[in-house]
Ligand binder design. Structure first.
Ligand code: 3PG
Length: 395
């Protein structure tokens, strides 16, 4: 159920769970994307006369107040993007919260302090969830990016109050459905990043669901090694060679085409502008470190993207944070963006590094959908149920 099912909101206290766990330096928000993405929902509720009570976590303070994890610095940025004042209460439950909520008038917006200042948040303690619920007439969950956590404010509350998905939650779920659950085929997945060990579940789930799987980044080295190729001094999890082979076999059995690099940019060190050369993956020198996919690999990836109707992307294809080893990631991102802009491709991306890589390539805006989620996006790609979403479905 969404906000459309919530009925008249005038005078209602709407507990809106948002994820404003944003990058911050010295008490200043350095990337406001997550804040910007929840503003329309806050405005929609406030414009209807709802009294918006924002619940959120910040950092990992482990159940105790810690000033470095205060949500107070978010107030200024949120208020600026919203174009209206945002009140703040120094606690999310108890007298401070109760008084601040009682002072709200129709259309007002209040942010309550970090829910993780209380141990009951992460243990999903029913008593803590009830204390939160006292400040609301209904609950709207807008925090897809925290939906992999079964916490009181992301899961417990949905069982205590009439519960609805917010607009951003809706948009995320809609994009994910288009990406993997009911996609236009063929579907191509691009999975990169440093380690196979952190993405085994993801690779196993994807080979069963997508038509083509591009394996890039450091994790591709483990696959090349498993195929008997030398990878020099590259990042490689040699103990996972058997796992890599099993994934390749599962892909074959599921008729999923695996695309591994055929050439590589090898450098003498993990450093920007380190001396480098492009070689075949059959001829990586012993002292060479693979930092990017080469141009023949990029051409193959681009051709595969051309053959796809849907693309799902998680993880960069090379060490994109070090010039010039961003070339493959940037080229593939721009190619996917062009196909998207031409109406030929539905492109869905997520994960902190991936979003940074797309922005680095200048195409973050062109993709069909860029998720605000890191861990939640990954768990969803792994095929896991997200407790925050499931609790809404159960209503
Ligand atoms: C995130 O930043 O991915 C979410 O806010 C969840 O944060 P967590 O990993 O600390 O639960």
């Amino acid at each position: 159920r969404t906000l459309d099912d919530a009925g008249a909101l005038r005078g209602k206290r709407v507990l809106l769970r948002v994820d404003v766990n944003v990058p911050m330096e010295n008490g200043r928000v350095t990337d406001a994307t997550r804040i910007e993405r929840v503003v329309p929902t806050i405005r929609e509720i406030a414009d209807q006369g709802g009294r918006v009570v924002l619940l959120a976590h910040f950092g990992r303070p482990k159940g105790k107040p810690d000033p470095k994890d205060s949500l107070k610095p978010v107030v200024e940025t949120l208020s600026r993007h919203l174009g209206r004042p945002v009140a703040f209460a120094a606690d999310c439950v108890g007298a401070a919260a109760g008084a601040a909520v009682a002072a709200l008038k129709d259309g007002d917006v209040l942010l309550l302090e970090n829910t993780r200042y209380h141990a009951g948040e992460e243990t999903n303690d029913p008593a803590f969830a009830e204390a939160l619920a006292r400040n609301g007439d209904l609950y709207v969950n807008e925090a897809f990016s925290a939906a992999h956590r079964a916490h009181a404010s992301t899961e417990g509350l949905a069982h205590l109050l009439p519960a609805y998905a917010g607009r951003l939650m809706q948009a995320e779920l809609d994009a994910l459905t288009k990406g993997l659950e009911a996609p236009r085929r063929p579907v191509i997945a691009l999975v990169g990043g440093a380690k196979v060990s952190s993405k085994i579940d993801l690779l196993q789930n994807l080979v069963a669901k997508v038509d083509m799987l591009v394996i890039g980044g450091g994790m591709a080295n483990t696959f090349l090694h498993a195929q008997g190729k030398g990878v020099g001094t590259s990042l490689c999890e040699k103990d996972l060679a058997d796992t890599a082979i099993r994934i390749l076999e599962a892909a074959k059995a599921a008729s999923c085409r695996i695309i591994l690099p055929v050439d590589a940019v090898v450098a003498s060190a993990f450093a920007a502008h380190a001396p480098h050369e492009t070689v075949s993956v059959d001829a990586v020198p012993e002292a060479g470190m693979i930092l990017d996919a080469g141009p023949r690999s990029v051409a193959e990836i681009e051709a595969a993207i051309d053959a796809a109707a849907t693309l799902v992307w998680n993880g960069p294809l090379g060490a994109f944070e070090l010039a010039p080893f961003d070339a493959a990631t940037v080229a593939a991102a721009r190619h996917a963006a062009e196909r998207t802009a031409a109406g030929r491709l539905v492109s869905v991306a997520g994960g902190g590094d991936t979003v940074a890589a797309l922005n680095h390539a200048g195409v973050g805006e062109t993709f069909s959908y860029v998720s605000t989620a890191g861990g939640a996006f990954l768990e969803w790609l792994e095929g896991k149920a997200l407790p925050g979403v499931e609790a809404l479905r159960a209503k």
